[in-house]
Design a protein around this ligand. Structure first.
Ligand code: PLP
Length: 392
């Protein structure tokens, strides 16, 4: 499955609830059934209802693929067992010797996949500052065949101009992949801005409830889609039907969740900007933030992720201060991952981004990352304020 008709004319929220999710023809069930069957009856050889074997295609997965493709404004959508499985399948469109150009603060797992799995197979990579388009044009490696960008990035929330990168990359014969995990299709639609492929960790905002690991690929090009469809089936990193159901259920409320995530993030940013222990606040809405102009141009709102660094004092290093704060929040749970209803706090240097220590992607030791949830904003502000006050 995966050749998808868009539900032209419906708004985002309507497509989130209805695209690919018509009442079940057999029973009238309003909620997409979880089809566990691994195999599907043929009426005769070569004559079936669109499904043969569940690795190749499954009705619950097809509903999810139709829905999320529609939200990304894509003709094709493919669901995977994790975000990294989705990324791995996208990288398989390259040929040996093709260079991957990566933003210099990409997610650590993406960096690990490219540098530890793909590079030894003969795929060179370079990490570069994607916010500096002129610098990028001047130092562009000639063998680049794919630009891999996140915007906003994890964990520094740097934003890059998708339209400008796509124009440059296409001029130089490279594909542009956008990891849209942090923004979600509600806040940003990379394909409409010129990107070739969108990837997601569906584990985050798409699922939205910290109860499913999943990945997604969305794209328009029919030839590339045929290759992704082939590797989805041939390599087999598909999600289970129950996991597809959970992501589909999450996606129905994506728009209203994102609105609350953004509003709560704004309240947290205001607290951080006024707190003496805080050194830098990283949030794309702030006018001095790297890529603020790009974010303002291409995003509907600025997202639910907020990062900040702590001042070094005579009593404590910046890292010790960061560890003190993450130890004292009560509502913000100390945990990896992001994008779900509950608020999380973490120390990227020692947790999510430990794998990039010593590399060009190393993150500041005094950095704290927040995934701001959808709880009452006032409660979240009070919780973070009391944790910061331990530094006084
Ligand atoms: N992309 C981004 C931006 C992420 O934050 C993550 C995970 O944290 C991934 C991709 C990988 O996704 P998964 O953990 O679902 O494999």
């Amino acid at each position: 499955m995966g050749d998808l008709e868009q539900d032209a004319g419906w708004g985002f929220e309507t497509r989130a609830v209805h695209a690919g999710q018509e009442p079940d023809a057999a029973s009238g069930a309003v909620v997409t059934p979880i089809t566990l069957s691994t195999t599907f009856a043929h009426e005769g050889v070569g004559n079936h209802k669109g499904f043969e074997y569940s690795r190749s295609g499954n009705p619950t997965r097809a509903a999810l693929e139709t829905c999320v493709a529609s939200l990304e404004g894509a003709r094709h959508g493919f669901a995977f067992a994790s975000g990294l499985a989705a990324e791995d399948n996208v990288l398989r469109v390259l040929h040996q010797g093709d260079r991957i150009l990566l933003g210099n603060d990409a997610y650590g797992g993406t960096f690990r996949l490219i540098s530890k799995v793909w590079e030894p197979l003969g795929f060179p990579w370079s990490a570069m500052d994607l916010t500096d388009i002129d610098g990028l044009a001047a130092s562009w490696p000639a063998d680049t065949k794919m630009v891999w960008l996140e915007t906003p990035t994890n964990p520094l929330l740097t934003c890059v101009d998708i339209e400008a990168i796509a124009a440059l990359a296409h001029d130089r014969g490279a594909l542009v992949v956008v990891d849209n995990t942090f923004a979600t299709p509600y806040l940003q639609q990379p394909l409409a801005l010129g990107a070739d492929i969108v990837v997601h960790s569906a584990t985050k905002y798409l699922g939205g409830h910290s109860d499913v690991v999943g990945g997604f690929v969305a794209l328009n090009d029919d030839t590339l889609a045929d290759r992704i469809r082939f590797t989805q089936n041939a390599a087999g990193a598909i999600p289970a039907p129950f996991d597809c159901y959970l992501v589909l259920r999450g996606v129905k409320t994506l728009a209203i969740r994102m609105e609350r995530h953004c509003a709560n993030a704004r309240a947290i940013v205001e607290l951080l900007l006024g707190h003496p222990a805080v050194d830098r606040v990283l949030y794309p809405q702030l006018p001095d933030h790297p890529g603020h102009a790009a974010a303002a141009k291409q995003m509907r709102d600025f997202g639910g992720m907020v990062s900040f660094t702590l001042h070094e004092t005579v009593a404590r290093s910046g890292e010790a201060s960061a560890l003190e704060v993450v130890r004292h929040t009560e509502l913000f749970t100390l945990a990896e991952s992001l994008g779900a209803v509950e608020s999380l706090i973490e120390h990227p240097g020692l947790m999510t981004h430990a794998s990039v220590a010593g590399s060009p992607l190393q993150v500041p030791a005094a950095l704290v990352r927040l995934s701001v949830g959808i709880e009452s904003g006032a409660d979240l502000v009070a919780d973070l304020a009391q944790a910061l006050d331990h530094l006084r």
